[in-house]
Design a protein around this ligand. Sequence first.
Ligand SMILES: [Zn+2]
Length: 300
Amino acid sequence: MAYWSDYSYVSAAEKKAIAKRAIDKRKKGGLQPQPVVITGRGIAKSFWGKGWCDHLESFSDYSNRLPRGRTYARNGSVCHLEVGAGVVKALVAGSSLYEVDVKIEPLADEAWEKVKSDCSGQIGTLVELLMGKISEEVMSIVSDRHTGLFPKPKEIRFDCDCPDGARMCKHIAAVLYGVGSRLDESPELLFVLRGVDAEELIKVEFSQTVERGEDDLPDEVLSDIFGIDLEFDLDRVLRETRIELTSGRDVAELRGRLGLSLEEFAARVGYAESTCRRWEASQELKIGKKARGVLEGLLE
Ligand SMILES: [Zn+2]
């Protein structure tokens, strides 16, 4: 008779039931669970998600302890995981439902400035950055083990309320893998977690060029840089005034300023290409509150 496997089967089911009861109770208190769901073979697949896991596994302080969280992360034990600025809060099912807090220091200002200047002009759009459609060089800058965006062990503090929680228990390890999985879906959370604005990686070279151009460069050089007719377009590019979103032309101008193709623009705002084309073609811009909010967000 396979007593042991019978016993562990029941025990696993019981753990699940305990977790479910505890989660249901928290739901009544307002929790909206964001469970970590891992399908397929690895924990994470994307540049950012896999990069996160590989990075943490590369440190000897972690390499021994992290693997104990793999099964937990994969079998759905991380019932809830939310990422905020400098913090990850999670609930992990074990013999009880354990609370795990992970605190991560913000990326140091100097480190962020260096990443920005090293990447300057090499990242086309935010969408490309987040999708990991970036050059090998940019990849190596942002994922550099020491000077990149992923946190180093000394920048990470963690706590779990299980009896083993002083060290990196399997619940904490599962949560760290859970973050990797979450970055597959929401890579922007890495920037939230490190307290930096991903858009600054896109804007850098443009603003530097404009500033330098205004002060030092004669018009004909500027004309070469921008490849446009200065009389008309440069004035428009440099204009500080906000675009009032009243007509389709305003949307087209906004897209022009951002230097995005229609396809990229659509991806950036999260609307269909056909919708964006319709906006641009319209005389009087009639869009919903939500879409207007998104577009105005791009003007900031
Ligand atoms: Zn624990």
